[in-house]
Design a protein around this ligand. Structure first.
Ligand SMILES: Nc1ncnc2c1ncn2[C@@H]1O[C@H](COP(=O)(O)OS(=O)(=O)O)[C@@H](OP(=O)(O)O)[C@H]1O
Length: 186
């Protein structure tokens, strides 16, 4: 399925990436903006998806999460900074980056659209309740490692006997609310 998906991505991206000259000389080895972005969801298996795509010789991935479209401090650094975070590719190769934080970031859809409306967005989802528990577990793990205090999941999830809609890990599992913002543009 991934191979089929990749073939489709390459076909649809030919027009976008063909602005670069064909051939495989070193002069054509450049850092290019992504043709596809894994936008989420956090704890949805985004790292595994990125690594699997990276097995294909026509794909190069940004190893780290870039957080360009969701963090103002990075967005302010500009497009040249973003491009500089990308791997070197040859013409015809597809650059992919993943930052699961994009999916829930209010400004990310508009920013990505303004940068490249033809970019392909990849979203991998997971049972939202399992995702929430995984999200909580990661934060818990980080806090324990940093010797910081932590609350049980029940305390975060419930407020006066009711579900607390302000709990961030819960909000991140409201897939439809976030997806609606993306679908307004893409
Ligand atoms: N192939 C496959 N099938 C099912 N689940 C998988 C798979 N690969 C990764 N995982 C699980 O995905 C969780 C990590 O997701 P992410 O890579 O998106 O995490 S992160 O948002 O980048 O931190 C993490 O979940 P938890 O085990 O609950 O932490 C992984 O176990």
């Amino acid at each position: 399925q991934l191979l089929v998906c990749l073939r489709e991505l390459r076909i649809s991206l030919t027009s976008v990436t063909s602005a670069t000259p064909s051939g495989t000389s070193n002069a054509s080895a450049l850092q290019r903006l992504p043709g596809a972005i894994i936008i989420g969801v956090r704890k949805g298996g985004t790292r595994a998806l990125l690594e699997m795509l990276n097995l294909h010789p026509d794909v190069e991935v940004a190893k780290n999460e870039i957080h360009y479209f969701n963090l103002d401090e990075n967005f302010r650094k500009g497009l040249d900074w973003y491009r500089a975070q990308m791997p070197i590719t040859l013409p015809g190769q597809l650059t992919v980056e993943k930052t699961p934080g994009y999916f829930t970031a209010p400004l990310a859809p508009k920013r990505i659209w303004a940068t490249n409306p033809a970019v392909k967005l990849l979203l991998i989802v997971r049972d939202p309740a399992e995702r929430l528990v995984s999200d909580y577990t990661q934060v818990l793990h980080n806090r324990i490692q940093q010797n910081k205090p932590y609350q049980p999941l029940e305390e975060l999830l419930l407020s006066q006997g009711h579900i607390n809609p302000k709990y961030k890990a819960l909000q991140r599992s409201f897939y439809y609310q976030h997806l609606a913002r993306w679908l307004e543009l893409f």
